[in-house]
Write a protein that binds this ligand. Structure first.
Ligand code: PRP
Length: 214
């Protein structure tokens, strides 16, 4: 599936990480066209950089990379932990910082094993198991904060960035499971077959990432 002749294919997450990832690539010297952000196209060729980009749903980025459709991908650590795909994690891009938290209504009193609503059923189950707590995990696909407000769940496990969504919905952050930032990931075969191009990209991105913190 991987050939040396095709452009380097990079899977990018549509949504909140996208703009920061594009800015990082530009700073690293990749000439992404100005219309890159506005386009509704899902595959964008950038022949000047000998690259193509796939715009995928964030949770699907590791899937495109694992199957070799994309050589590289940019994805949040939260998704990597949840999806457990066979990909190499190459670099912490130090963008899109947030945290994966347990949150809930401030006055909830446990009367039975709690129900926990989340987009991250694997991470949540593993975390509560480790803590020796029995919970019922309910998988939702978004607007997780709704679940405790309307009585579907007692707790949520979700991403907190500014904390505004929790605040506006009367919820409080109770525990941090892990800090999250975006990562550069690679397909395992591409990493061997296109090592030079990938190493050069890591080097360029690393220079920007490390420069940021000087
Ligand atoms: C994420 C997350 C929270 C919110 C946190 O949702 O699931 O709901 O952002 O951000 P904040 O702390 O800055 O308020 P997203 O916007 O990705 O949409 P979703 O709820 O549909 O998943």
């Amino acid at each position: 599936m991987q050939t040396r002749n095709r452009p380097l294919m990079i899977a990018m997450p549509k949504g909140r990480i996208f703009e920061e990832a594009v800015a990082l690539l530009r700073k690293a010297g990749y000439p992404l066209p100005p219309e890159f952000e506005e386009s509704r196209k899902l595959v964008i060729d950038v022949p000047e950089a000998d690259m193509s980009f796939i715009l995928a749903k964030p949770t699907d980025v590791p899937t495109y990379v694992e199957y070799g459709v994309a050589d590289l991908g940019v994805v949040g650590k939260d998704v990597l932990l949840e999806e457990e795909r066979d990909v190499y994690e190459l670099l912490d891009l130090q963008i899109s910082y947030c945290r994966l938290c347990i949150a809930g209504l401030p006055d909830w009193k446990p009367t039975r094993s709690p129900r926990v609503a989340t987009k991250y059923p694997n991470v949540a189950s593993a975390y509560f198991r480790q803590q020796g707590q029995q919970v019922e995990v309910i998988k939702l696909n978004g607007s997780i904060e709704l679940a405790p407000i309307v009585g579907l769940a007692d707790r949520i496990v979700d991403i907190v960035s500014t904390g505004q969504t929790l605040l506006e919905n009367g919820l409080v952050e109770l525990e941090t499971i892990t800090q999250v930032s975006s990562r550069l990931i690679a397909n395992q075969v591409s990493y061997r077959m296109r090592r030079e191009e990938i190493q050069s990209m890591i080097k360029r991105l690393k220079a920007v990432v490390e420069g940021k913190h000087d």
